[in-house]
Every structure is written in C-alpha cells, then in structure tokens.
Ligand binder design. Structure first.
Ligand SMILES: Nc1nc2c(c(=O)[nH]1)N[C@H]1C(S)=C(S)[C@@H](COP(=O)(O)O)O[C@H]1N2
Ligand SMILES: [Mo]
Length: 356
C-alpha cells in the first residue's frame, strides 16, 4: 500500500460558493510564508471573464485632452510603485452580525495581504490630461452577468472620486508578489486602492473613463452602501475606508488547551493611519494587556502581526478578546455598526477556549 507523503498535506480555501467563485482563507494559515498566494481569498460577482485578446490595450478616455490606448509595454515604462496591501472584502465577517444579514456568510477569512506593483493612476491621468469639470473616474471590468435585482446584464464597474484617484498610491497594478497578477485576481491589470475595502480594487480592467457626474452603476449605488435601517435608504452612505480591526489566529475558537504557556497571536489592520496598539483580554473583557506588535514591512497598507504570551495555570473555560486601536484613535467597538447589507464588521474579536 502506498504511504501518503506528508508534503501533500496542505491547507485549502473554504468554499462559500463555486459559481461565481467565493472562497475564503482559513485564518490559521493566513500569514504562513509561501502558501499565501494559493490561499488568497476569492470574491467574484460573476463567472470569470474570458480574455481573448492577443494584444491588450487599456483605453483611458472620456473627459480628457488626449484619449489614449495604453499597451502593457507603455505601462511598464512609467515609474512604478510597489507596496504590501491588505485587501479586505467589505463583507468579511458578515456572518457575525446580529441580527443576521443576507448575503455571502463570510467568516474571518475574506482578507489577504500581498505585494502589488504598478503605475500610479495619477501618472496616466496626467498623461491624458483631464478636462475641467472632471468629477469621477470609472473603472469598467471584463466580467459581467445578471443581478437578482435587475433583468439587465451588468458589467462589474466602480468609480473613484478625484481625490482618491489622484492619490499617489492608487495604482494600476500589473504584478502581484513579483509575478504577473494571477488570472483569478485580475490579470493583466487591476486597480489597487490601498486602505479602502476591496470592492474598489477592480480586477480585469477593460477601460478607464473620466466623467463629469456621479457614477450610478449598481456596484456603486446599490451595493457597497451602508444602509443603517432594516428597510429603506435613510441615512445611507458609501463604503470606503477599511475599519480598524484585528483577529486572533491562534488559538482558534473552541480549541482545547493544556495548562501552561500559550502564544496567542493574530493580525491587526486599518484603513486610516496605522495600528498603534492591540490589547488582549483573557478574562472576558475585565482586564486588558498590551500585545507585542510585530513590524510593518515598509508601508502601512499591510497588516501587522501581534502576539501575547499567556500563562494559564487554572483549568476552565476562558473568553479571549483582541482589540486594535489605530493612529487616528479609532478603536474596535464591542458591537459592530449594524447595516442591512452587512459591510465593515469590526467588533472586538472574541474566541472561547477550554483549558484542561
Ligand atoms: N472585475 C471585478 N473586480 C472585483 C470584483 C469582481 O467581482 N469583479 N469583486 C470585488 C470585491 S467585492 C472584492 S472583495 C475583491 C476580491 O478580490 P480577490 O478575488 O482577488 O480576492 O475584488 C473586487 N474587484
Ligand atoms: Mo468584497
């Protein structure tokens, strides 16, 4: 009988749906070196597009002086930027909202970190020259399909306000972790908007258009909007920057442990400034202690690892929590801001363990 080779034992993504493909990362393996590319969560609204070009052109047009078709070679010739970026689905942890909300029931794994390289969008916009009255930049993708709330076919398209579009770190990426972008993550070109929830980072860009009004596509004005009320649009506002957040990766919820010393660790991230502290409670929130923060690798658009040494001598059940604060003084709340579509969950992370 053949003996199974241990090197084939490895983690996989957790499947939420296959058509379209929506799969999340098992959080325990989230920042394991070398396997992270394969375990990068996948979030799609439609089937994967079929890209049938032998030459790829990127049109940048609309309200501009010189509408231009850029080739990949053109883009490679411009000065590039590279940084580690957290991409977090706005619906990450949706399953934890109370009362529950409809939509993909993501747990904690709809988040990734990788190194993206590309040309600042600002460079391209400067090159084509925006005309007066330019208000938003629209990114249309190659994927399309139907929506439950419409009988039309829609393409995935999103816009950015000028201010964010012209931010020097908003890039048109052509590389992920030193290689061409994997097809499922947007090959050949993907918009990367650091610090915003990942719906903004449009994959498989087909064209970029400068417009003089507010873009009203369904992925802009129906989805990715916070609706604070059970019914109706009252007080709604768009989903943009990532909320301050942290998760415990080890131990996992409902683990059993021995008495002794345990390393509790996880990651923390934010869409504004940088993480300034992470606090841990092992007594259900009665007392908090600072965790040891790891290091950002270069820029502050990635997540930061943290750890805490826990010495536990008494048997029993424990509730462990992690709470991050950022340099803008935003702290994770006890209860996340409830909204009908379940975006932006960032309550203090809570797990239970049993020590025996
Ligand atoms: N073209 C296109 N871009 C897209 C999407 C999509 O469905 N089509 N989904 C968005 C959403 S909601 C998320 S969370 C991220 C997911 O990126 P990933 O599949 O590379 O993890 O891509 C964003 N960009
Ligand atoms: Mo998303």
């Amino acid at each position: 009988m053949a003996t199974p080779n241990n090197s084939f034992i490895r983690p996989y993504l957790i499947t939420r749906s296959l058509q379209p493909e929506n799969q999340e990362t098992p959080i325990k393996f989230m920042n394991t070196p070398n396997i992270t590319d394969r375990l990068f969560f996948r979030r799609n609204h439609f089937s994967y597009p079929t890209l049938q070009f032998s030459h790829y052109w990127l049109p940048v047009h609309g309200l501009v002086q010189n509408p231009t078709l850029f080739t990949l070679q053109d883009l490679l010739r411009f000065p590039s930027k590279t940084f580690k970026v957290v991409l977090e689905c706005a619906g990450n942890q949706r399953s934890k909202f109370e009362p529950k909300v409809f939509g993909e029931q993501w747990e904690k794994g709809a988040i990734s970190q990788g190194e993206w390289k590309g040309v600042p969008l600002k460079t391209l916009l400067t090159h084509v020259g925006m005309k007066d009255g330019a208000k938003e930049i629209v990114f249309e993708a190659y994927d399309y399909g139907s929506r439950t709330d419409s009988d039309q076919i829609h393409t995935f398209a999103r816009s950015l306000p000028l201010e964010k579009a012209l931010h020097p770190d908003t890039i048109i990426a052509y590389e992920y972790n030193q290689k061409p972008i994997p097809f499922k993550h947007g090959y050949p070109l993907r918009l990367i908007v650091p610090q915003w929830y990942a719906m903004a980072s449009v994959k498989w860009i087909k064209q970029i258009k400068v417009i003089d009004s507010k873009f009203t596509g369904p992925f802009q004005t129906t989805d990715y909007v916070y609706y604070p009320e059970q019914e109706g649009d009252k007080n709604s506002f768009p989903v943009t920057a990532i909320h301050v957040n942290s998760i415990i990766q080890k131990p996992l919820d409902m683990d059993t442990l021995n008495t002794g010393i345990h390393s509790i660790h996880g990651i923390a991230w934010t869409g504004k400034g940088q993480i300034s502290k992470v606090e841990i409670s092992t007594d259900n929130g009665s007392t908090w202690t600072l965790a040891k923060l790891g290091h950002y690798s270069g820029d502050r658009y990635g997540w930061i690892p943290w750890s805490y040494q826990w010495t536990v001598t008494k048997k029993g059940e424990y509730t462990i929590m992690s709470k991050a604060t950022d340099s803008e003084n935003r702290t994770q709340p006890e209860a996340a801001f409830w909204n009908r579509k379940g975006y932006g969950y960032n309550a203090i992370d809570i797990i239970k363990v049993r020590v025996e």
